[in-house]
Design a protein around this ligand. Structure first.
Ligand SMILES: [Zn+2]
Length: 536
C-alpha cells in the first residue's frame, strides 16, 4: 500500500517492492481520490504549496519520488487512462533525466489547502446574555444552539490563514490573543495578521469577559461574573481546538467568490441620510471532486431581529442552519459587514428571524450555483496595522461629576472614570485600532475592521476600491466600540457617540476617525485593488 506524506506532499510506498496491482486499485490518497486503472493523481505539497501530479503507474511508484507532470484542468475527475498516465510518466522521466528531478510548479494558485471545523458553543449552565442593557438575569433556555467555525487556508510554508466565525455579540481582543497563544503553543505557526475572528453580533449569546463591560450600567453580580468567566474560558478552549482541528484537516480545495444581494437591512438612524449596503459577498470552498465544503457569506446588518432572553444566533444563526441544511456536509459561516447603523426591518418575531436566515441562505445558494462565481487563488497575503483613533477632548473633572449624577450606563461610566482618576490613573486619549487585510492574489481582497462600523465605511471602500473584488467585514477581532463615519459623528446620536459609554470609552471620537481608517486600509491593500478607473 501507499501513503501520502502530508509533510512532503509525496506518495511513498509503505510496503515492499512487490506490490500488486490490486493494492494500487485500493489506494486512496490523502486527497480523497481513488486510483482506478492506474490513473494519475494530483497532490499539493504542504511545504512548497506546489501542485503536482503523482505517479499513477505502479512501477514508477516503487521509487520514492512523486511524479510532477502537468495539472489537468478537469480536476474534478482526475481519471486518466493508464496509457496516458504512462506517457506522462515517460515524459517526466525524460525531463527528470535532464533537469535533475526538479520540482515543477504548476498553477499552484488554483488550489489551496483548506480545513474546516465547527464547535457547538451553547453553554449547559446559566450565563448572562450580552447585547441588551436591560437584562438582569442569566439566560432562560436555548431557542437555537450557537456555534463557532474555523476555516484554515494555505500551506504552512506560504503562511497559513485562519478565519473563525462565532455566534457572539462582542469578542474581546484578549480572547483572540489567548487563542493565538495556545495555537502557537501547540506548534502551529500562525502569524498575528493571518488570524481573524468575525463575530456575528447576535444579541442573544452569552457575555464574554472584557467585552461591553458597562452594558448593564451597574456592577455585574459576583456569581454571574463567575459564570461569564467560565464561559469565556470554555469559548477560548473550543476556539483553540477548532482552529487546530481545521489546520489538521486541510486538504486541497478550490476557492471561488461571488456577490449577491438581500434587502432586509434598513438604516435605523433617524437622520436625513439613510444609506444601506445590501451586498452579500460569498466565498465557496469545494474539494477536488467538486463537493461543497464551506460557504462563507457576509451581510451588513445587526443581528437584532429578536430580543429574547434565550440563546439564539439571530438571522446569522438561521442563515447558517439553512445553508447547512441545503448543502449537507458543508459548513456554513456568516460574517457581518459594516452594519452598525443597520437593523433588520421589520423585526421582533421568530418568524422574521427565520425568514431573514432563509432569505440570505437562498441568495447565497443562488450565487454559488450561478455563473458569476470567480476562481480565487489560495496564496493569501495578509497585512495588519494598529492605528490610534484619537478621542475628542475628554470631559473635565467637573463635567465627569455632572455625568456621574445621571442614571443608567452614563452615570455608571462616569463614576468608573472618576474612580480611575482618583486612583491616579490616566484616561486614554486614543483607541488602538487594529486593521487587517487579506488579499487572495488580486482576485479578492478582504478587510477586517474591529467593532461596530457604520455603513458609510463599507460603501466608501467599495467606491474607492474595485467593489467586485472587495469584501469588508466589521465586528472583527476586537470588541472596540461603535466606529462612526464623519457624517454619523457630525449627526451625533447613539452610533455617533452616545454608545461609547457601553464600551467604556471616555468620550466620542475626534473628527478624523474616518480618514484615519480609510488611509490605513489604503496603505494595507495593494494599489491593484483600487477601482480600475481610479487606479489608472
Ligand atoms: Zn450593535
Amino acid at each position: 500500500m501507499l501513503k501520502f506524506c502530508q509533510k512532503r506532499g509525496r506518495v511513498f510506498p509503505s510496503g515492499g517492492r512487490g506490490r500488486r496491482r490490486r493494492d494500487l486499485l485500493r489506494f486512496k490518497t490523502g486527497l480523497g481520490m481513488r486510483l482506478r486503472r492506474g490513473v494519475c493523481v494530483t497532490g499539493v505539497c504542504q511545504v512548497t504549496g506546489r501542485v503536482r501530479l503523482l505517479a499513477g503507474a505502479h512501477r514508477l511508484l516503487s521509487f520514492n519520488y512523486c511524479l510532477p507532470v502537468l495539472q489537468f484542468k478537469n480536476m474534478a475527475t482526475h481519471s486518466l487512462e493508464t496509457r496516458f498516465a504512462r506517457w506522462c510518466a515517460a515524459l517526466w522521466w525524460l525531463g527528470a533525466f535532464f533537469l535533475g528531478f526538479a520540482d515543477i510548479p504548476v498553477s499552484a494558485d488554483e488550489t489551496v489547502l483548506v480545513g474546516v471545523a465547527s464547535a457547538d458553543i451553547t453553554p449547559d449552565y446559566p450565563v448572562r446574555l450580552s447585547g441588551y442593557g436591560g437584562r438582569r438575569t442569566e439566560h432562560v433556555g436555548v431557542a437555537q444552539r450557537i456555534g463557532l467555525q474555523a476555516l484554515a487556508m494555505g500551506p504552512d510554508s506560504r503562511g497559513l490563514a485562519v478565519l473563525v466565525t462565532i455566534d457572539n455579540c462582542s469578542v474581546p481582543g484578549a480572547l483572540r490573543a489567548e487563542v493565538l497563544r495556545r495555537v502557537r503553543e501547540a506548534g502551529v505557526l500562525l502569524a498575528d495578521e493571518r488570524f481573524a475572528i468575525a463575530f456575528s453580533h447576535t444579541h442573544c449569546a452569552p457575555m464574554l469577559e472584557g467585552a461591553l463591560e458597562n452594558l448593564f450600567g451597574m456592577d455585574i453580580p459576583e456569581d454571574h461574573r463567575e459564570r461569564i468567566h467560565r464561559y469565556t474560558e470554555d469559548v477560548t478552549r473550543w476556539m483553540t481546538d477548532a482552529v487546530l482541528k481545521a489546520v489538521r484537516l486541510r486538504e486541497p480545495s478550490f476557492l471561488a467568490s461571488g456577490f449577491g444581494r438581500v434587502g432586509f437591512a434598513a438604516n435605523r438612524r433617524s437622520f436625513p441620510d439613510k444609506p444601506v449596503d445590501h451586498d452579500v459577498p460569498v466565498l465557496r470552498v469545494t474539494d477536488l471532486g467538486g463537493r461543497l465544503r464551506v460557504v462563507l457569506a457576509g451581510y451588513a446588518c445587526h443581528c437584532t431581529t429578536i430580543g429574547i432572553d434565550a440563546i439564539h444566533g439571530d438571522w446569522a444563526g438561521c442563515a447558517r442552519e439553512a445553508l447547512e441544511r441545503d448543502f449537507p456536509g458543508a459548513v456554513g459561516m456568516i460574517a457581518i459587514g459594516c452594519g452598525a447603523d443597520q437593523n433588520p426591518n421589520p423585526r421582533r418575531t421568530m418568524e422574521l428571524v427565520k425568514q431573514y436566515g432563509e432569505d440570505l441562505a437562498a441568495e447565497v445558494g443562488r450565487v454559488i450555483r450561478g455563473e458569476g462565481m470567480r476562481s480565487v487563488p489560495g496564496a493569501i497575503a495578509c497585512r495588519a496595522e494598529r492605528i490610534p483613533l484619537e478621542y475628542a477632548t475628554l470631559p473635565t473633572r467637573e463635567e465627569w461629576n455632572v455625568l456621574a449624577s445621571k442614571s443608567g450606563a452614563v452615570g455608571y461610566h462616569a463614576r468608573r472614570n472618576i474612580a480611575r482618576l482618583e486612583r491616579g490613573e490616566t484616561l486614554p486619549t486614543a483607541l488602538p485600532y487594529w486593521i487587517q487585510t487579506w488579499s487572495f492574489g488580486d482576485a479578492l481582497h478582504m478587510v477586517f475592521l474591529p467593532g461596530e462600523v457604520t455603513v458609510d465605511y463599507g460603501l466608501r471602500l467599495k467606491r474607492e476600491f474595485d467593489r467586485d473584488r472587495l469584501w469588508v467585514n466589521a465586528y472583527s477581532n476586537e470588541s472596540a466600540c461603535y466606529i462612526p463615519s464623519r457624517r454619523v459623528l457630525e449627526e451625533g446620536g447613539y452610533e455617533g457617540g452616545g454608545a461609547m459609554v457601553y464600551y467604556d470609552r471616555p468620550t466620542k471620537f475626534a473628527w478624523d476617525v474616518e480618514e484615519r481608517i480609510i488611509a490605513a486600509v489604503r496603505r494595507l491593500l495593494p494599489s491593484s485593488a483600487l477601482r480600475r478607473d481610479a487606479a489608472r
